[in-house]
Design a protein around this ligand. Structure first.
Ligand code: HEM
Length: 298
């Protein structure tokens, strides 16, 4: 939930900054006014940030389950964990960034120019959010190259959001736009895919490079990919990565043609939903991976 929320929150900002900047607006809704796609994007961003808040609370509950001393008062234990450990300080940063993002996206969902400060705040909120997994995960505990490990992790998460988060937001905005009666032509969808594709391609390159670096940093030996629990989970993740990349490549090459050839109402092809579904599996295995001790940390 935390990773999915984080990626979609990053995606909401990327969608606003990259896609809508180039191709703003749907056609008029039945009332006549142009429908602004930034508003549903902000609402999706707010929901995603709320998921991060819940996921972050879940992490605290899980951590307490492991470290709780039944003979100590509950609240004293929580205070000690949150204020007295580096894990707790990273946790505080994460919940603060998530709460800030909820407020920012709420402001960004306002109509017209009143939304601009909200979007600026949301951009700051998701940058902070993308920073936080590195601070409480394996990146900060790496044996060597800690600064490089944290930087790579931040880029890995941000690029994941710029690719899959933006795709999820685009699908969600089209769905919400259709429900609100906006006129969404095939040309609109094709324009959005055209704006999105270079972002996705660049992000995929960053994800590959930073993921390989993190794998090299944590694995120790190539044989750990099958010989160690951490490596086996990473190998499983790579299978999901292949699935997402396969769907992404197909959508990159074919989705515009399929949108143009589709019936009414115009919509994204089902392979986009497939790409997002495989991405959910990828995030689930990533969640397991991040809670498995890497060979080089033992
Ligand atoms: C679409 C593709 C991908 C997405 C969305 C994705 C997403 C993520 C996320 C959200 C994290 C958690 C970061 C953290 O907790 O600090 C992560 C960690 C990681 N990813 Fe990826 N990833 C992708 C592809 C890859 C690839 C291709 C590789 C390897 C070549 C890779 C290797 C890793 C490693 C080693 C970690 C660190 C896990 C740990 O903390 O122990 N990822 N990824």
């Amino acid at each position: 939930m935390l990773f999915a929320g984080l990626l979609v929150a990053v995606g909401a900002v990327a969608f606003r900054l990259v896609v809508i900047r180039q191709f703003p607006g749907f056609g008029p809704a039945s009332g006549g006014a142009l429908v602004d796609p930034a508003r549903p994007a902000a609402r999706i961003g707010r929901l995603a940030s709320l998921a991060v808040v819940l996921g972050t609370i879940g992490r605290l509950v899980a951590e307490m389950g492991v470290f709780r001393d039944p003979f100590e008062p509950f609240w004293a234990e929580i205070r000690l964990l949150v204020a007295g450990t580096s894990w707790g300080r990273a946790w505080l940063a994460q919940i603060t960034a998530a709460a800030l993002s909820v407020i920012a996206f709420t402001l960004a969902a306002r109509p017209g120019r009143a939304a601009e400060p909200g979007w600026m705040l949301a951009a700051a909120g998701v940058v902070l959010l993308a920073y936080t997994p590195a601070l409480s995960g394996h990146a900060v505990g790496a044996e060597h190259y800690v600064t490089a490990a944290i930087t790579a992790d931040v880029l890995h998460v941000a690029a994941g959001g710029a690719w899959l988060g933006t795709l999820a937001v685009m699908a969600g905005v089209l769905h919400l736009g259709r429900r609100s009666g906006a006129e969404i032509s095939r040309a609109h969808i094709v324009d959005w895919i055209t704006a999105f594709s270079p972002l996705a391609l660049g992000s995929a390159a960053v994800i590959g490079a930073t993921g390989l670096f993190a794998a090299w940093l944590h694995l120790g030996a190539f044989s750990a990919l099958w010989a160690e629990p951490y490596g086996r989970r990473l190998s499983l993740k790579l299978l999901f990565v292949l699935g997402v990349v396969g769907c992404g490549a197909y959508n990159w090459k074919r989705s515009r043609g399929r949108v143009l050839a589709s019936g009414d109402p115009a919509r994204l092809p089902p392979t986009v939903v497939l790409e997002l579904a495989v991405a959910v599996g990828l995030l689930l295995i990533t969640a397991v991976l991040t809670t498995t001790t890497p060979p080089l940390h033992e």
